[in-house]
Design a protein around this ligand. Structure first.
Ligand code: ADP
Ligand code: G6P
Length: 471
């Protein structure tokens, strides 16, 4: 029987990576990420447990402790990976919630497996949570967990946070098991979103689909109150600033500039290779500016880092072909021997290398068609100790609500993107510094620890209010 905790995080992925040591033994090391950094103090203080999938389709390891966090792995078979993770999560829900920028695929057997796997996560949480514990469920892969968990353990305080956008009613209504998903989320005491508008969509949807009454952001469900709210996620700002200011990272940034031929303007993109990120439209904008003679190869160079992602899902396979064809086309038309126009890296890299790229880039292009937040935009700002650089940011990224000093653009309008890029290229250094300073100030007071605290404080209030017969 697993040890019990008063604080439990449930997420599709565990914050650990598998490493095989020299003796061929399976070992685990922490995989650093914003979420685990933010939750680490709370987890460590409460001997908390993190429940998630360890990656792969092999046997899950037995529960173990890593840096003060109890790790409880949930196994997934190869079939489950295909149907729950690649299918229902990433070929149905992901595109649907991102404005259906790719057509969502609906399959009955994916839904059945999604239900089954969500039940497995809920049972794991029910097993490890102490009486009256707080359980925080994360993201779109686990939307049924709150209701399943409440059914098993009505004593728990349950929070849910959606890291991706929540669609408008008309789009949500496409989903074949829409009422079940909504009821799943309503099992929580507090449902958090990145944006105020998303929280409003949710509350209005509860009335539209289930006829539930609400007052402000509070929905009445079976004699309970479920609160909805906006909690824009952030980064570990101090840590990112520290890393970027490291002399080794700064030296590497200089080296990168030299390796790129010391151009006047380095334009950078860093994204998972995902069709929501607007990588193609960014490349196209760059190509048209080269063709118009507004930018010149040699003076300007583009670096696109595209992290491999969800590679067995068809939408992602076709995207890769399209992006790589566009890179080839640009380099074929505009490159010279030894001077490519676009440097394309389809790989993950250490955080220090990313920080060096951020520090080296004059312009960061973040142009998603839709994005819940986009942490890359925030990381770039935190990396500019010199207050130099410019951020070109899509209005359709959650980050645009907070980062108003970026060069904002509509990614659906190619001329608007080109114009924002050119304005960034031509901006005065004093103007850029002023913009960066304001955005950085915001990020310092709104970091990921502040995000976690505001959610957990609100959850604790919401849970106290949710049962009317409580004193
Ligand atoms: P998403 O969550 O959709 O992938 P975000 O921009 O919010 O998009 O977060 C991406 C995270 O992944 C950032 O913290 C970023 O630093 C990291 N990342 C992106 N590309 C790479 C890469 N090639 N190697 C390592 N980390 C990466
Ligand atoms: C987004 C989602 C996360 C997900 C991450 C990486 O940020 O909101 O839930 O973990 O992408 O995607 P992956 O499918 O590799 O977990």
């Amino acid at each position: 029987m697993a040890e019990r905790s008063s604080f439990v995080v449930v997420a599709n992925r565990l914050p650990v990576d598998e490493v095989i040591n020299d003796d061929g033994e399976r070992q685990w090391r922490p995989s650093p990420g914003g979420l685990v950094t933010a939750l680490h103090p709370v987890l460590a203080e409460h001997q908390g447990t993190w429940i998630g999938w360890a990656g792969g389709d092999g046997e899950a390891p037995e529960p173990f402790e890593l840096e003060g966090i109890r790790i409880h792995a949930v196994p997934l078979s190869n079939d489950e990976l295909e149907r729950y993770y690649e299918g229902q999560s990433n070929a149905t829900i992901w595109p649907l919630y991102h404005d259906a920028v790719e057509t969502p695929v609906y399959k009955r057997r994916w839904r059945e497996t999604y239900r089954l796997v969500n039940q497995r996560f809920a049972e794991a949480a029910a097993e490890v949570a102490e009486e009256g514990a707080t359980v925080w469920v994360q993201d779109y892969q686990l939307q049924l967990v709150p209701a399943m968990l409440r059914e098993l353990r009505p004593d728990l305080r349950i929070g849910f946070f959606l890291h991706i956008p929540f669609p408008p009613i008309e789009l949500f209504m496409q989903m074949p098991f829409r009422a079940e998903v909504l009821r799943g989320l309503l099992g929580a005491d507090l449902v958090g979103f990145q944006q105020r508008l998303a929280a409003q969509n949710f509350v209005r949807l509860a009335r539209h689909l289930l006829g539930l009454r609400y007052e402000g952001q509070s929905i009445q469900v079976d004699g309970r109150k479920v609160k909805a709210g906006a909690f824009p996620i952030s980064i570990d700002t101090k840590d990112m600033e520290r890393l970027a200011a490291d002399p080794k990272v700064q030296a590497r940034a200089k080296e990168i500039r030299a390796e790129l031929g010391d151009p006047e303007t380095i334009i950078l993109g860093v994204d998972r290779l995902d069709y929501t990120k607007g990588i193609e439209l960014r490349l196209k904008a760059f190509r048209e500016l080269l063709a118009d003679g507004k930018l010149k190869v040699g003076d300007a160079v583009m670096v696109q880092v595209a992290t491999p992602s969800r590679e067995r899902v068809e939408h992602y396979q076709t995207l890769r072909v399209r992006v790589e064809r566009e890179v080839g086309r640009i380099n074929g038309e505009f490159g010279r021997v030894g001077v490519p126009a676009v440097h394309y890296l389809h790989q993950s890299m250490p955080k220090a290398e990313l920080a060096a790229l951020y520090a080296a880039a004059d312009i960061m292009m973040v142009t998603p068609l839709r994005d819940g937040m986009n942490l890359v935009a925030k990381e770039y700002v935190a990396s500019r100790a010199d207050r130099g650089g410019a951020l070109v940011l899509s209005e359709f990224a959650g980050a645009a609500t907070e980062m108003r000093q970026a060069f904002l653009c509509n990614p659906h309008d190619p001329d608007g993107v080109k114009d924002a890029l050119l304005r960034a290229v031509g901006a005065e250094p004093a103007d850029l510094k002023r913009r960066m300073r304001t955005m950085l100030r915001h990020l310092r007071s709104h970091d990921v620890a502040a995000w976690a605290k505001s959610f957990l404080d609100e959850l604790s209030d919401a849970a106290d209010l949710s049962t009317p017969d409580q004193p």
